[in-house]
Design a protein around this ligand. Structure first.
Ligand SMILES: O=c1ccn([C@@H]2O[C@H](COP(=O)(O)OP(=O)(O)O[C@H]3O[C@H](CO)[C@@H](O)[C@H](O)[C@H]3O)[C@@H](O)[C@H]2O)c(=O)[nH]1
Length: 459
C-alpha cells in the first residue's frame, strides 16, 4: 500500500458544501493521503462538470432519482439519508477494504452527524468539517446549548455571544430567527450532537479572520481552521494544476463571460451572484434588475436557468439590443476566474460562505445582499468587522429596493468609503494567502492533521 492514510470524505450533497470539502481533499491528497469522496447517486447524476484528481464513489441517500426534490419533506429526507446513508457508507468502507484500500478516517459534513456512528462501528478516526464560518457555528452552538433563546422577540434586539461582536436579531442565521424553519434549525443544531466523540473539528475559515471566536470555540472542541479552501492557483500556488473546483452541477459559460470581461475597463464591472440555491422573490428580482441598470455600471449577473423567468419582461432583449454593451446575464460562470478578472470592481453577493471567502481571497469589495441561512451573519461581518463591503438594507417587506442597490454600488465603486474598503480587501487577501501558504495558520493545522492521521494504524 503506497498511502499511509485513507480518508473517506462525506459531504452534504449540494454545491456549496462539496466545493470546500473537495478542495480540502485535494490538499490532503497532495500530502500523500488517499482520498475517496462519497457522493450520493443523485448528485453524481446531476453533475455537469467533473474533472478532479480525487476518487469519487457513490452512496445513496435513499432518493436516487431526485435527491431531496423527491422526498416528501426535508425531515423525511434527513431521516432516510441517515438510514440508507449509514448502510451504503458501511458497504463502501467494506468494498474499499476488499479492493486493498482500507479507510482509517472519515471526514464528514456535520449536517450528517450519523457518520460518527459509522466511523465508530469500524474503529476509524473521525473529523467533522464545518462548511460555514466559525461565527455562525458558534451561534448554532449557543442554540444547541439552550443559551440563546430564540426567536428574538424584538426586531433590533442586541445579542451578546461569547467570542462575537454584539449582533442584532437581524444578523443571526435565518433558521434561528424565523420559527417556521424549525426542521432546518434542528439539523443545524444537531451538527454538535456527536462532536464530543470525534478527533477533530475542521472549519473552513482561517485563524486571522476569526481569531476571537476560534479561540473561544477551541476551548470546547479540538478546532482546526483549514481555509480558505479555494483552488490553489488563486492563493498559494503550491498546486499549479489546481485551477477550478472541478465538480459542478451547473455548466459554466466560461468563454462568454471572459470574452465579455476582456472588453470592459479595469475595475468597472459589478459581478452579481446568489450562489447555487437562493431563489429570489420575483419582486426582488425586478428591483435588482432596475437597480443594476440604474447604477449605470457594467454588470455580469448570474441568473440560474430556473430563476430566469422572474426577470422583468424584455430585460434580456433590451440588454442585447443596447449598443453600449452594459450588461451580460449568464446561467452560471467560472466564479473564481470572474472575481480574479481585472475588470471586476465589486461583487454583489448573497454572502454564501464560499462566495464570501472567495471575495476575501481575491480581494474584491462586496455589496452584501443576504437572503437566508448563514448569510445575514456573514454580511454583518463583511460590513462591520472586516470592513470589506456594505450591506444593502431591506425594507419592512424584506426587499432591497432599487435605489438602495444603486446607492450601495456607488458607495463601493466611487466614494471615499469605497477606497477604505478597497484598502481593507488588500489586507485580508494578504492574510488569506499567508494562512494557507507554507507555515501559515491553516497550513500548520493541515500539517498537524495529516501527521496525526499518518500515525493512526489501519484496523
Ligand atoms: O456562477 C457561479 C456561481 C457560484 N459559483 C460557485 O458556487 C459556490 C457557491 O457557494 P456559496 O457562495 O457558499 O453559496 P451557496 O451555493 O448558496 O451555498 C450554500 O452553502 C454555503 C456553505 O454552507 C452557505 O454558506 C450558503 O449560505 C448556502 O446557501 C461558490 O464556490 C462559487 O464559486 C460558481 O462557480 N459559478
Amino acid at each position: 500500500m503506497s498511502h499511509k492514510a485513507h480518508c473517506l470524505i462525506l459531504p452534504y450533497p449540494i454545491q456549496g458544501h462539496i466545493n470546500p470539502m473537495l478542495q480540502f481533499s485535494k490538499r490532503l491528497q497532495s500530502k500523500n493521503v488517499k482520498i475517496t469522496i462519497a457522493a450520493t447517486k443523485f448528485f453524481l447524476q446531476t453533475m455537469q462538470e467533473l474533472s478532479t484528481p480525487v476518487s469519487i464513489e457513490a452512496i445513496s441517500d435513499g432518493y436516487d432519482d431526485g435527491g431531496i426534490y423527491q422526498a416528501e419533506s426535508f425531515a423525511a429526507y434527513i431521516t432516510r439519508f441517515k438510514e440508507v446513508g449509514s448502510d451504503t457508507m458501511s458497504q463502501l468502507i467494506e468494498t474499499l477494504t476488499t479492493r486493498g484500500y482500507p479507510v482509517n478516517c472519515i471526514v464528514y459534513d456535520p449536517f450528517l452527524p450519523w457518520a460518527v456512528e459509522v466511523a465508530k462501528k469500524y474503529g476509524l478516526a473521525c473529523a467533522a468539517f464545518f462548511t460555514q464560518s466559525c461565527a455562525v457555528d458558534n451561534i448554532y452552538y449557543h442554540v444547541h446549548k439552550g443559551v440563546l433563546k430564540l426567536p428574538p422577540t424584538e426586531v433590533d434586539e442586541e445579542i451578546s455571544i461569547p467570542g462575537l461582536v454584539t449582533i442584532e436579531s437581524s444578523d443571526v442565521p435565518s433558521f434561528v430567527s424565523t420559527p417556521e424553519s424549525a426542521r432546518a434549525l434542528e439539523m443545524l443544531v444537531n451538527q454538535f450532537s456527536n462532536l464530543e466523540k470525534i478527533d477533530w473539528v475542521l472549519i473552513n475559515s482561517f485563524y486571522e479572520l476569526e481569531k476571537e471566536v476560534t479561540d473561544w470555540m477551541s476551548k470546547l472542541y479540538p478546532i482546526k481552521t483549514i481555509g480558505p479552501t479555494i483552488p490553489s492557483v488563486y492563493l498559494d500556488k503550491r498546486l499549479p494544476d489546481d485551477k477550478e473546483y472541478g465538480l459542478s452541477i451547473f455548466k459554466p459559460m466560461t468563454n462568454e463571460c471572459l470574452n465579455w470581461l476582456n472588453h470592459q475597463p479595469i475595475s468597472s464591472v459589478v459581478y452579481v451572484s446568489f450562489g447555487s440555491l437562493t431563489k429570489l422573490e420575483p419582486e426582488q428580482m425586478e428591483e435588482l434588475a432596475w437597480g443594476l441598470k440604474n447604477s449605470n455600471k457594467n454588470f455580469l449577473w448570474v441568473v440560474r436557468s430556473t430563476e430566469e423567468s422572474k426577470l422583468p419582461k424584455n430585460f434580456l432583449e433590451e440588454l442585447k439590443l443596447a449598443s453600449e454593451n452594459k450588461g451580460l446575464v449568464v446561467s452560471w460562470c467560472p466564479q473564481l476566474q470572474v472575481l480574479e478578472h481585472k475588470s471586476v470592481g465589486c461583487f454583489l453577493t448573497h454572502c454564501g460562505w464560499n462566495s464570501t471567502l472567495e471575495a476575501i481571497s481575491l480581494g474584491v469589495p462586496m455589496v452584501a445582499m443576504p437572503q437566508w441561512s448563514d448569510q445575514p451573519t456573514n454580511a454583518k461581518l463583511v460590513e462591520d468587522v472586516w470592513e470589506m463591503g456594505v450591506k444593502a438594507k431591506q425594507d419592512e417587506k424584506g426587499l432591497v429596493r432599487r435605489e438602495v442597490i444603486e446607492e450601495c454600488i456607488r458607495i463601493v465603486m466611487e466614494e471615499e468609503k469605497g477606497k477604505m474598503i478597497k484598502e481593507n480587501t488588500k489586507k485580508w487577501k494578504e492574510l488569506a494567502r499567508n494562512a494557507v501558504d507554507e507555515g501559515g495558520s491553516s497550513d500548520r493545522n493541515i500539517e498537524e492533521f495529516v501527521s496525526k492521521l499518518l500515525t493512526i494504524s489501519y484496523k
